[in-house]
Design a protein around this ligand. Structure first.
Ligand code: ATP
Length: 285
């Protein structure tokens, strides 16, 4: 038997724009995504000689073929024309679920990276990201990681200059958001403000954290905040205690704040932790 271990890092959306509904029903997106250090750990055991199995320490996560990590393994072996001779996937989950942090996609990407390494790199990183797009729309970015512009359904990636080292506070409130319902609401809403991607790219090129924070914008944020005013409470705590900028990530419901130092992040974390058990300090990766 062979055991492979791989970290699976969460992402936040520094920008997120929804450009419109496509004829196939999906939406075209444009987003600057950033990997952060909140991580799951994925362990693969190959050659068990038994039917495939998946375990996860988090309740309510599917443990069969619906799990994105399982689907990633199937996709990999089908395309690499290999057979693991039995596989067990163990996921140690720390990334909050249904948060907009791409926890499932991160696990899938970790599986693809680990298997590609084990098989001596049959796929280039971009080919592996393309395989990821067969599993889920955030998977290609999670395969690449770092700081990137993501377009289309998530399959078009362009590497951007890395965000200078930065500490984030990430806070997941108790409620979750239905992504399909959110898209429907957005389709009925006139989007009043969209991210300025040129300004965001210039800020990244200049390595200017304050400017990056100034240009955070997610078109889903006002739609979700209008119905869940507690997001404003979380953001106001972050802002009061020194955040450079804060907003919801993806389709929510987690909020992240960019902090000027670990010490500031620790203060915000302390202020939030009594009301929000799922609050974390993370670094850009
Ligand atoms: P995104 O930011 O990509 O929209 P998310 O953070 O909102 O993702 P996830 O935490 O990835 O959402 O999970 C959403 C749902 O996906 C879960 O409720 C779960 O049923 C399903 N799922 C499938 N595989 C996984 C996995 N490995 N980890 C977490 N959820 C998974």
């Amino acid at each position: 038997m062979t055991i492979l271990q791989e970290p699976a890092f969460a992402k936040v959306n520094l920008t997120l724009d929804v450009l419109g509904r496509r004829p196939d029903g999906y939406h075209d997106l444009k987003s600057v995504m950033q990997t952060v250090s909140i991580r799951d750990d994925v362990t693969l055991t190959l050659g068990t000689g038994e039917p495939w199995r998946l375990t996860c320490n988090w309740e309510d996560i599917p443990t069969g073929p619906e799990n994105l990590a399982w689907r990633a393994a199937e996709t990999f072996f089908r395309n690499a024309r290999r057979d693991p001779g039995g596989l067990t996937i163990d996921i140690l989950k720390r990334i909050p679920v249904q948060a907009g942090l791409a926890g499932g996609s991160a696990d899938a990407a970790a599986v693809l990276r680990a298997l590609n390494r084990y098989c001596d790199f049959p796929f280039s990183i971009l080919a592996l990201a393309e395989l990821g797009s067969l599993v889920g729309s955030d998977v290609p970015f999670c395969v690449l990681g770092g700081t990137a512009m993501v377009e289309g359904r998530g399959e078009r990636l362009r590497k951007l200059p890395d965000l200078p080292e930065c500490f984030f506070v990430v806070c997941k409130p108790d409620f979750s958001v239905s992504t399909p319902e959110l898209y429907e609401k957005l389709d009925r809403t006139a989007i009043a403000k969209r991210p300025d991607h040129r300004a965001m790219e210039s800020a990244l090129l200049a390595g200017d954290l304050a400017k990056v924070a100034e240009n955070l914008w997610n078109v889903f944020d006002p739609v979700v905040t209008a119905e869940h005013l507690e997001l404003n409470y979380i953001k106001s705590i972050c802002n009061t205690y020194g955040s450079l900028g804060q907003q919801m990530t993806g389709s929510g419901s987690a909020v992240f704040a960019m902090m000027p130092s670990f010490e500031y992040a620790a203060v915000v974390c302390n202020m939030l932790k009594d009301n929000y058990p799922q609050v974390y300090i993370a670094r850009s990766v």
